[in-house]
Write a new protein. Structure first.
Length: 406
C-alpha cells in the first residue's frame, strides 16, 4: 500500500481523504513530448515593435510564440520543489524553517529560464488539478475571472497548505516586457510542535529583456519578504537584475530578519543553480539545487512536461473543465501549430459568445465553483478561499463515469 510522506497512522482520516484524490494518478510521469520543436524562428522584435504600451492580454501573437502550457499549469509548476516544505516542517529552529520556505519561494523561478513564450490564457471556469501520490500532495486551480485574468489555487498535503491568487499586470515598454504578479501567496506549515504557522510572500517581477538585440532572455528581479506571521522570524530575499552585460545574472542574496542588528543567517546563491544559507561563522549549507534540465521541446522542464499528460487511467476522473482537455493546447503539444491556432480562435470565440449572453441577461451570471473571495483571518487581506468540495465531487463523478463505462 502506498503512503504519503507523513509518519501518521494509516487510519488518519486526512491521509485517507488525500489518498482518495490520487485515483487516476497511477501511470508513471510523462518524460517527453513526442515531437521536435520546429517552430518557425521569427524575430520577437519584428512582431512586438508595433505594440509598445500594450499588455499581454491585448496582443495577438502568432501561435509559434505560445508554449503548450496554460497559465494555470505555470502556477502548478510552483510544486516542483515541495520537498523543501517537508524539510522546513521538520526544522525546530524558526530561522531554518523560514530559510527553507524562502528557498521554496525562490525555486519557483528556475523553470522560467529559456522560456520566452506565452502560455495559453485559461478560459473562465477552466480548472487544472495535479496530484503527486509519491510526494503526498494535491493541487487545484480555477480561473475565477477573465477580465482581469485571475486564477485561484490551493495545494494541500498533511504538513502544509499553499494557496493564493495568480494575477499579473503586464506591459511592453519597448526595451523590456514586464510582468508583475499582484497577489499574495500563503503557506500554512506544520512545525515540529504540531502547530500550523502562516507564511506569506509576494512574487517578484519577471521581465523579458534583450528583445531589440535579438536575444530575448527572462530575468526575475526585486525584493521578496518571506514573512512568518507566528514567530516573526522573516527572510528578505533580493533578486538582482541581470544588469548591463549580465554581470549579476541569476543572483539572489538575503538575510534573516529578526530582532538583533546582525542577521543570524544570510542567503547567497543563484536561482538557476544553487542557493546556500550561511551562519555567522560562515559555515554554509545548500538549501536548494536546481533539478537536471535535459533538452526538451519548448525548453520545458521535465516537471512541466508531466503536467499536461492525459493517461487512460486519469481520463475518467477529470472534470470537463480540466486544461488537459483543451483541444488547442493539445494540438500545440502535438506540433500542429495551424490547427492549434484555429482551435484557439474557436474556443475563445465561444467564450465571447457566452459573455455576450450573460451581459444581455440570457444566461445566468457566472460564479467561481471552487473558490470564494473572503477576508483572510490573519492578514486581513482579501483572498480566494478554497471551499474544499472539488475532491469529493471528483471522486463521485469519477466512480459514476467508470461504472457507466463497464
Ligand atoms: C513566473 C513564476 C511565477 C508565476 C509566473 C506568472 C506569469 C508568467 C511568469 C511566471 C513567467 C514569464 C511569463 C509570465 C506570463 C508571460 C511571461 C510566462 C511563470 C512570458 C515570458 C511572456 C512572453 C511574451 C512574449 C512572447 C511576447 O511564480
Amino acid at each position: 500500500e502506498k503512503q504519503g510522506p507523513s509518519d501518521g497512522p494509516k487510519s488518519d482520516p486526512r491521509l485517507l481523504d488525500l489518498q482518495r484524490s490520487f485515483q487516476g494518478y497511477e501511470a508513471p510521469l510523462r518524460t517527453d513530448l513526442g515531437i521536435k520543436d520546429d517552430r518557425p524562428k521569427i524575430s520577437l522584435w519584428s512582431i512586438l515593435k508595433g505594440m509598445i504600451g500594450k499588455d499581454m492580454t491585448k496582443m495577438a501573437l502568432p501561435v509559434s510564440f505560445n508554449e503548450p502550457t496554460s497559465l494555470l499549469q505555470r502556477v502548478a509548476e510552483d510544486m516542483e520543489y515541495t520537498d523543501l516544505l517537508e524539510i522546513a516542517s521538520q526544522q525546530k529552529d524558526p530561522a531554518w524553517r523560514v530559510l527553507y520556505v524562502a528557498a521554496f519561494a525562490a525555486s519557483e523561478y528556475a523553470s522560467t529560464i529559456n522560456r520566452v513564450a506565452k502560455p495559453f490564457n485559461p478560459l473562465l471556469g477552466e480548472t487544472y488539478e495535479f496530484c503527486r501520490p509519491d510526494k503526498g500532495y494535491r493541487f487545484l486551480i480555477e480561473q475565477v475571472s477573465h477580465h482581469p485574468p485571475i486564477g485561484a489555487a490551493c495545494a494541500e498535503s498533511l504538513n502544509w497548505k499553499y494557496y493564493g491568487e495568480s494575477s499579473v499586470k503586464s506591459k511592453f515598454y519597448g526595451k523590456s516586457f514586464d510582468i508583475s504578479p499582484l497577489g499574495t501567496w500563503y503557506l500554512e506549515l506544520r512545525n515540529p510542535s504540531g502547530n500550523m504557522e502562516l507564511f506569506t510572500w509576494k512574487k517578484i517581477t519577471s521581465s523579458v529583456v534583450g528583445i531589440i538585440s535579438g536575444n530575448p532572455t527572462i530575468d526575475n528581479y526585486g525584493q521578496m519578504l518571506v514573512q512568518n506571521h507566528s514567530s516573526h522570524v522573516n527572510c528578505l530575499l533580493d533578486f538582482k537584475p541581470r544588469g548591463w552585460r549580465g554581470t549579476n545574472a541569476y543572483e539572489v542574496k538575503g538575510s534573516i530578519q529578526s530582532t538583533s542588528d546582525t542577521p543570524e543567517y544570510t542567503v547567497n546563491g543563484h536561482w538557476n543553480d544553487k542557493i546556500f544559507a550561511y551562519n555567522a561563522g560562515s559555515n554554509k549549507t545548500m538549501i536548494w539545487q536546481n533539478h537536471e534540465r535535459p533538452p526538451r521541446p519548448f525548453n520545458l522542464t521535465p516537471f512541466a512536461i508531466s503536467l499536461n499528460a492525459l493517461s487512460d487511467e486519469l481520463k475518467p476522473w477529470l472534470p470537463p473543465t480540466d486544461t488537459r482537455l483543451r483541444p488547442d493546447q493539445r494540438a500545440m503539444e502535438d506540433g500542429q501549430y495551424d490547427f492549434a491556432a484555429d482551435e484557439k480562435n474557436r474556443v475563445e470565440e465561444k467564450q465571447r459568445d457566452r459573455r455576450r449572453m450573460r451581459d444581455q441577461g440570457q444566461m445566468e451570471e457566472w460564479k467561481p465553483k471552487w473558490f470564494s473571495l473572503q477576508k483572510h483571518p490573519i492578514t486581513g487581506e482579501d483572498y480566494w478561499k478554497f471551499n474544499g468540495e472539488y475532491w469529493s465531487i471528483r471522486e463521485a463523478a469519477g466512480k459514476a463515469r467508470l461504472s457507466g463505462q463497464s
